[in-house]
Design a protein around this ligand. Structure first.
Ligand SMILES: C[S@@+](CC[C@H](N)C(=O)[O-])C[C@H]1O[C@@H](n2cnc3c(N)ncnc32)[C@H](O)[C@@H]1O
Length: 242
């Protein structure tokens, strides 16, 4: 399969399994710091959740008081998002065409794990399009897997069967299995280093004003594996440069 056509979430079984995930284990560290980060960096409540999946991240934003619209390219995911949150706003964006939204109409664009499996050429184009949707003082929060997630073991994931991940370079395919849900088929992601992300941001007229690499303290009620030593996630807080 060419890299340009990867989206392992366009699959009913995968969507049903993914919908059971909430905020436990390794995912706890992805969402733990977001309320504080959003309070510090976002003014206004108009939010777009890019790659909303089954709606976990959109519901998270709605609970924080955002008027959040979730968008995704997977019908299977959106069907579950709407059923779980009937009063929410969940929309399909075929081909990542955002024409239904006016330029500058969001104070926040959140992308939670979405860029993990979007190939490089598409990343550049989508960052440019999302930048246009931001209000002049708007903020794009890009939460992604760290490169190290693919070479360690975690409370929520295993990479045991994919030793080849260690040799992957930015842009290469890597695989990981989520152990928090029933679907043990590997997810195929595209490795993207910090250097590559920053190059995409520059091309899109975005700059990282803060970057977080959350670690567990060891006091949380989860059976951590690598999480106290190695950050599984990276959270980029991005602003427009123009
Ligand atoms: C790992 S899931 C994360 C879902 C959600 N943000 C969450 O935190 O639970 C990634 C989602 O991104 C979606 N996605 C992948 N490529 C996309 C694209 N080019 N445009 C919009 N959504 C995309 C997938 O369909 C999937 O639902």
């Amino acid at each position: 399969m060419p890299l340009d056509s990867v989206n392992c979430y366009e699959d009913a079984d995968r969507a049903n399994a993914y919908a059971t995930l909430e905020f436990a284990n390794t995912y706890y560290l992805a969402f733990r710091d977001l309320p504080r980060i959003l309070t510090e960096h976002v003014s206004g409540t108009r939010a777009l959740d890019f790659g909303c999946g089954a709606g976990r991240s959109t519901r998270f934003l709605r609970k924080l008081g955002f008027q959040a619209t979730g968008v995704d390219i997977s019908d299977d995911m959106l069907r579950i998002a709407r059923a779980t949150d009937p009063s929410g706003d969940y929309r399909l964006v075929p081909g990542d065409n955002f024409k239904q939204f006016a330029a500058g109409s969001f104070d926040l664009v959140l992308s939670a794990f979405t860029f993990d499996n979007i190939p490089g050429g598409m990343k550049a184009r989508i960052f440019r399009d999302l930048e246009k949707l931001l209000a002049p003082c708007g903020t794009l929060v890009n939460l992604v897997s760290s490169p190290q997630i693919y070479t360690h073991k975690w409370a929520s994931f295993t990479t045991r069967d994919f030793p080849e991940n260690a040799a992957a370079r930015s842009g290469d395919r890597v695989r990981i299995v989520t152990t928090d849900h029933q679907d043990r088929r590997p997810v195929e992601d595209i490795l993207c280093t910090d250097e590559s992300y920053r190059a995409f941001y520059r091309q899109a007229g975005l700059e990282a004003v803060q970057v977080f690499a959350p670690l567990a303290s060891g006091k949380e009620p989860y059976a951590w594996v690598s999480e106290t030593r190695v950050p599984p996630w990276v959270i980029y807080v991005l602003k427009r440069t123009t």
